[in-house]
Design a protein around this ligand. Sequence first.
Ligand code: MG
Length: 394
Amino acid sequence: MKITQIKTYLMHCAPPQASGWSARNWLFVKVETDAGIYGVGEASGWPRVVETAIHDLTPLMIGEDPFHIERLWSKMQVAMMGHGMTGIVGAGAMTGIEMALWDIKGKALGQPVWNLLGGKMRDRVRVYAHAHETERARALVDQGYTAIKTGGINNCVETVAAIRKEVGEEVDLMVDVHGPPWLTTRDAIALGHALEDYDLLFYEDPVAPENIDALARVADAVDIPIAAGERHATIWGVKELIEREIIDVVQPDTGRAGGLGQMKKIAAMAEAHYCTMAPHDGSLGPVAEMAAVHLMATLPNFLILEHLADDVPQRYEVMTGQPEVVDSHIAVPDAPGLGVDLVEEAIAQYPSQGNIAAPDTSYDYQYVQARVGRALWLSEREMPPPDYRPGEIY
Ligand SMILES: [Mg+2]
């Protein structure tokens, strides 16, 4: 079998009136072969740029045997050397192609991808959803969810306290601070201390990812499991986080971590350090999520998978073989390959739009909070402070 063509499908996936951080695109990949079998994949990490990277990599793949996934991954990585370190964009491009190769191999052998990756540890994968208000948290619990993540700095302690009170002690709660570059390490530690009473499953990205020593300071000071890794790529991107035992939960993004092979290796590195895996899904479409389900089925140290329960309706239109969440779990599929397919006509209904997420003014005032209103933002009082004026420079 030989690879004959690689096609990409870029689409807009934000809600109809979305702006700011919600300006998202999804990028799907189809790798075709001369045997009539094709594989599908998905790539994240600035999708419009990743699409160009995939087109650049395509000539390297044409004529190759798609079964030799490890060798083809190495070929792509070596080909990028002249552009510097791989980074998220290069890893995203490799991820989309590599994921489709696993799908091809599974279809050709009549086996689900999880069986190629080591076989099952479990028949279903636990997932969590997101809530920022008590009403939403209650609705999710009533739907069967047993784990909920909230996020951001604004009213963080107040929100966690209210949700914990609403859903009780049985539900796992998590906080994602999203590693904002304006948050100081000292403030991230203070916020972590303020959250210690709420029995969180993890405290995610308390500081920006570029400075690993800063995250180490937070991890040393705060008595909550620390989660990070969604903005890193490949085994080398998370190596120090794992080997220095800074994090308790590693969170590679299944669309841009480098591929399922890289994620499996990251999981093995983590296992050696008693670290679990909870993949990021916050920017992903449905294909990469299903790839994560296959891989998570095989891992001894899988913790939980992020799931966007109802972000955009097009999620349910662009892929066949949709997952169903029952009692906070997704069943591991048994169909050959990934068990999903693209609906090209549906994808074509959502042409790509701007793919840079400009921060809105709330990020401006959170910067102010961390400098001017520190006592306020670490309290459980309403924010922003009444005298705050968006856009003003303090
Ligand atoms: Mg996150």
